[in-house]
Ligand binder design. Structure first.
Ligand code: HSE
Length: 434
């Protein structure tokens, strides 16, 4: 079958032409015959809004470049807009305008959808256009359509992902070579993974927006990035990574969205010590992966390149072909549903296991007072390891499941003990330990 028989000619406008946009433009030119055959229409990239007309853009006809983004979204001839400019504004206003003008939109913008997804999807429905966004979470990995469509008949209980490649690269280097966070970050910057200002990646903002998008789909409930409890990796030390290694664990920045036993959603991003036997533990370098647990499907894992020009462009072109098919055949893609409208669990209300590293005086009674402090806050200790260092000792305490607030109170009390010189770190633990 060759659906490319239709004589439909679809004009495409693009907002942005950076690392991702330039790859979308290149692939649209290089693969045009196949994209046309697969979508059933002739797809033509007719206009690209850029910040600077002088930037070298090999292979792109300069005549289709403009600095006037409004002229793309308001062009009556344009049928589909691809948004790859990133950031919340002006992207949000431009995309809303495009949809109001009857254009379907394909976007890679997690910041915009992580904050304003509900508004944007309502606008798409109202204007009877498609808003596709596979590239916004985990780059090339097909995860949003499987979540929103293939799993639409199931009940997702938990989504757990490594959805930021920069931090995964940094933590992998720290694990492999014992490097400090600062040195691993410098290496990531030199290789172009981390930005000059790495805050969005290393402090977990990028992952928070992505898990908000995933949680919205998984639980049919609007979740926005500011509701995500977030902690980044800038406080992770070489010692934390070495201790994890010695215990058969690996430190990862994990984004989690899960249901508690009251059917409330807990959504969080934080460094996690993961058992090396967990499927996510083997996701190294800048790769991403999303691990899904659903009632009937069981465990599923999606793995691949979460960033980069060509991988992200692959997801965008997949969406573009799908949206173009709808323009040929009529109809629209599956709408977003937020009918379940579940409550968000209060931050810190989900129990987790913790690993606490303490530097203490190596004198009689110290272990007892530390153990008492945990007991006082109703936290059960699973294991304790002590390593002597002159008159000091390092205590590594692994807890059973404990609540965030109980742990915080325990740590505050431990820090006040004369015999505790330092609470060096407190990190959550996931997965079955061997
Ligand atoms: N900065 C992101 C990452 C890629 O490192 O994964 C785009 O979302």
């Amino acid at each position: 079958m060759n659906p490319g028989k239709s004589d439909k000619h679809l004009k495409i406008g693009m907002l942005g032409c950076g690392v991702v946009g330039s790859q979308v433009a290149r692939l649209m030119l290089e693969s045009s015959e196949d994209l046309n055959a697969r979508s059933g229409a002739t797809l033509e990239l007719v206009k690209i809004a850029v910040r600077d007309l002088k930037t070298e853009r090999p292979g792109i006809n300069p005549a289709i470049l403009t600095t006037d983004a409004d002229s793309v979204v308001n062009d009556p001839d344009i049928d589909i807009v691809i948004e790859v400019m990133g950031g919340i504004e002006p992207a949000r206003t431009l995309v809303l305008q495009a949809m109001q003008n009857g254009k379907s939109v394909v976007t890679a913008n997690k910041a915009m959808l992580g904050r304003h997804g509900a508004e944007m999807f309502k606008a798409a429905m109202k204007n009877k256009v498609d808003l596709y966004y596979e590239a916004s979470v985990a780059g090339a990995i097909p995860i949003l359509r499987p979540m929103g469509e293939s799993l639409a008949g199931d009940y997702v209980r938990r989504v757990m992902g490594i959805v930021n490649g920069t931090t995964n690269y940094i933590l992998t280097k720290m694990d492999e070579s014992g490097a400090s966070f600062a040195d691993a970050l410098k290496e990531a910057q030199a290789l172009g993974y981390a930005e000059a200002d790495p805050t969005a990646d290393v402090e977990g903002f990028d992952a928070a927006a992505k898990i908000a998008i995933l949680a919205t789909l998984a639980f049919h409930t609007e979740v926005i990035d500011t509701e995500v409890s977030r902690e980044g990796i800038s406080g992770i030390t070489a010692e934390d990574v070495a201790v994890a290694k010695s215990l058969g664990l690996v430190v990862k920045l994990i984004a989690i969205a899960e249901l508690n036993n009251k059917e409330e959603i807990s959504v969080r991003v934080h460094p996690t010590m993961l058992a090396r036997t967990h499927p996510l533990a083997s996701v190294r370098d800048s790769y991403n992966a999303v691990f899904v647990e659903a009632e009937s499907a069981g465990e599923l894992m999606f793995y691949g390149r979460g960033a980069g020009g060509a991988p992200t462009a692959s997801a965008i072109l997949g969406d573009l072909v799908e949206v173009a098919r709808h323009k040929v055949d009529g109809g629209l893609g599956a709408p977003e549903t937020d009918y379940a409208d579940l409550d968000m669990a209060p931050i810190g209300s989900m129990p987790t296991r913790y690993l606490i590293r303490l530097e203490v005086l190596d004198i009689p009674g110290v272990l007892a007072s530390v153990a008492n402090t945990f007991a006082h806050h109703n936290i059960s200790i699973q294991t304790v390891r002590q390593t002597g260092r002159d008159d000091r000792a390092e205590l590594i305490v692994m807890t059973h499941m404990a609540l965030d607030k109980d742990l915080a109170n325990t740590v505050a009390e431990l820090a006040k003990l004369d015999t505790v010189k330092e609470v060096a770190s407190v990190i959550r633990v996931e997965g079955t330990l061997s």
